[in-house]
Design a protein around this ligand. Sequence first.
Ligand code: APR
Length: 241
Amino acid sequence: MTQNIVVLTGAGISAESGLATFRDSDGLWENHHVEDVATPEAFRRDPELVHRFYDARRASLDGVVPNAAHHALARLQVAAREHGGRALVVTQNVDDLHDRAAAEAGADPRDLLHMHGTLRQAWCLSCGGHPDAGRTTLNAPCPGCGAVALRPDVVWFGEIPRHMDAIEEALWAADLFVSVGTSGAVYPAAGFVQLASAAGADTLELNLVPSDGSALFARSKHGPATDVVPAWVEETLATLS
Ligand code: APR
């Protein structure tokens, strides 16, 4: 019986909810230059452009809902806890679809880590607070300290992902590591499979097509996330009970 599961998710899990991925055709990095909108240098050079990019992404969340893959992972989070284990979802996504599905299922909020931050919050460069983001973070005063010093609360290229100590600890304790909807192009997330394997975990890739790192996984299943994730979760739930 698998007790400790770590699930890494990427943009592919939210694709069928209607959110663009990064590196697929018509992905965000086909239509924008990373160095214009997703680096600390870009923000220093042209904060308005960067705010506009993230404001648009935040606005796009209003029209989308979690899909069957988000809901299945939320069910797994709840069931794993009920059976004395844990299913930790580590997401590279800055959308809030895992959060919404987890809240609906009654999952423990500690079982979701946003390693690249979240669009729903801002980060005040004056007081260090993380207030809820309104419609725009451009020229908006921080609700905590009043300073006009908010930035999107996301991790840009060249910055350090969040929660790395907790994630590495969970990977060392994992019986199973599963990667969902990520191209395996960005580190450190792309290296989690090697860490989990070294720690003795079984590894499984669930992705539309084989990713760059597909050969590093012991097993893989390819197809749309809304098919392959619920199918895998149902199989796993049967082994928990
Ligand atoms: N179901 C499953 N997988 C899918 C689907 C789908 N419906 N649609 C696309 N995919 C897969 C693609 O085949 C691809 O392998 O999702 C993956 C998306 O890869 P990327 O666009 O590179 O997104 P991601 O891996 O999340 O990017 C990592 O890069 O730009 C940064 O910070 C950003 O968090 C992001 C990080």
